[in-house]
Design a binder for this molecule. Structure first.
Ligand code: OFO
Length: 164
């Protein structure tokens, strides 16, 4: 059985995934408004991925026969970006915070000898590594383009979401 503390941690994490899903959706709309279809599509697909992650966590909770999982209201985040690199910087920060939250949950699972949850979370550990590195690459390129006053619009077509 999941401990009360583990249940609480997983519910918080599932809701964090949903919040991130909304954040990426807002980012997608920002890119859409400025006619950057590649980046808009990347963020849209990623928004769907994050939602799927939240659902995976709820499924784990249900399989463990734990009760009391809740979908929480998601507050609107301040959204004031001026350039593509602002968006990618913020996305990277969010992914880094998310990685820390997942590693904290892994530590907690091990502390409680909950190796089932530990095993379940390992998928997320791997996923975060991929995501951080993908966003970091895009951020590096976006910054470079802005520094050299190059055309982000041309780069945009190369921002393609790769399934991993
Ligand atoms: Fe950033 O992918 Fe979910 O956990």
């Amino acid at each position: 059985r999941l401990s009360e503390r583990m249940l609480k941690g997983l519910v918080t994490q599932a809701n964090r995934e949903f919040a991130n899903s909304n954040l990426y959706l807002s980012m997608s709309l920002w890119f859409q408004d400025r006619e950057f279809p590649g980046s808009a599509q990347w963020c849209r697909t990623h928004s769907e991925e994050e939602r799927r992650h939240g659902l995976m966590i709820f499924d784990h909770i249900v399989k463990r026969r734990a009760k009391g999982a809740l979908v929480q209201a998601i507050p609107t985040q301040p959204f004031n970006f001026h350039a593509p690199s602002d968006i990618w910087k913020s996305a990277l920060e969010e992914e880094q915070k998310n990685s820390i939250a997942i590693l904290d949950l892994v530590a907690q699972a091990r502390e409680e000898n909950d190796f089932t949850t530990d095993n379940f979370l390992q998928w997320f550990v791997k996923e975060q590594l991929e995501e951080e590195s993908a966003v970091d690459d895009i951020l590096t390129n976006a910054k470079e383009i802005e520094k050299t006053k190059g055309l982000y619009r041309e780069y945009d077509s190369k921002v393609v979401y790769k399934e991993h």
